[in-house]
Design a protein around this ligand. Structure first.
Ligand code: C2E
Ligand code: CA
Ligand code: CA
Ligand code: CA
Length: 274
């Protein structure tokens, strides 16, 4: 009995530690959001395959934690979602990205938006206010959402997407192929871009089935007049295959890693038509 209890206490203790650890991280994230310290954005360019120019960039958030060092968004986005901080973080990212794009020669900036942010019925209005505040034209903003969002099939989500698109903001479906969105969802919601998930790109040219799926997505995009982008392009072979298939935009380490604004500007000087 005593041994069993000891085990339970040990378990409870570990659990307590994990909870405390998360609480500490939450406090730090709150602090970072309030001061803006430690948070910054990097930008990864997308190549327009036809023009051979940079089409636009995707903003990706980074957090330099005071003691834990550089943290991946994969770690702290979920925390922010769980602890009710994602609206604040999301808006911080959106403001920073719009401010940057407004002062840069980059054609457009894409911002990742969590499905939770769409629960706010005033989300579209908040975005419009940010555009007004930063002076960024709506045509230069793209919003990346995941398939799961469309699956929720909620009226708030539908009307928010409608408002955003009516204003001229484009909506891209991120990680396409990993969820369950059907052609019906695509037609009902209306999106401007499909981003083929990295897991498909990684197997291109090595797996006939994957090749056909990717080809079908690109054909589907053409039929529906939706731009198709591929993420995670790392090799010359992948680039060639995707270009041949008619993929409109390519993103990945082959072209560039995510860059600081300064490094991106240097790259734009070389890649944009003057
Ligand atoms: P994602 O939206 O699919 O973003 C692409 C991720 O793939 C980025 O990781 C990027 O650095 C990485 N990547 C780009 N090219 C390549 C490549 O060629 N090979 C490989 N292996 N990886 C590549 P990152 O920056 O760590 O972001 C991870 C995820 O975190 C994002 O996935 C996105 O879901 C989320 N995220 C990032 N920033 C934000 C944000 O501001 N708001 C929200 N809600 N989520 C964000
Ligand atoms: Ca994305
Ligand atoms: Ca993605
Ligand atoms: Ca992905």
């Amino acid at each position: 009995k005593a041994g069993g209890r000891g085990k339970f206490e040990l378990f409870a203790d570990n659990l307590g530690e994990a909870v405390r650890d998360k609480r500490l991280l939450e406090t730090d994230l709150r602090e970072a959001l309030n001061t803006g310290e430690g948070l910054h954005l990097v930008y990864q360019p997308l190549l327009d395959t036809r023009a051979g120019e940079i089409a636009g960039v995707e903003a990706l958030v980074r957090w330099q934690h005071p003691s834990r060092g550089r943290m991946s968004p994969a770690e702290f986005i979920e925390l922010a979602e769980e602890r009710g901080l994602i609206d604040q973080l999301g808006m911080w990212v959106m403001r920073e990205a719009c401010r940057f794009a407004a002062s840069s020669s980059v054609p457009w900036v894409a911002v990742n938006v969590s499905p939770i942010q769409f629960r706010d019925e005033h989300f579209a209005r908040r975005v419009f206010n940010l555009l007004a505040e930063t002076g960024l034209p709506p045509k230069r903003l793209e919003i990346e959402v995941t398939e799961g969002l469309l699956l929720q099939n909620s009226p708030v989500v539908q009307s928010t997407l409608m408002l955003l698109r009516a204003k001229g903001i484009r909506v891209a479906l991120d990680d396409f192929g990993t969820g369950y969105s059907s052609i019906t969802y695509l037609r009902n919601h209306g999106v401007d871009k499909l981003k083929i998930d990295r897991s498909f790109t990684a197997q291109l040219g090595q797996n006939e089935e994957i090749d056909s799926i990717v080809r079908s997505i690109i054909d589907l995009g053409r039929a529906m007049r939706i731009v198709v982008a591929a993420e995670g392009v790392e090799t010359e072979d992948q680039r060639e295959l995707l270009s041949e298939m008619g993929c409109n935009q390519l993103q990945g380490f082959l072209l560039s890693r995510p860059l600081t604004p300064e490094k991106l500007e240097l790259m734009l000087q070389r890649w944009l038509p003057s």
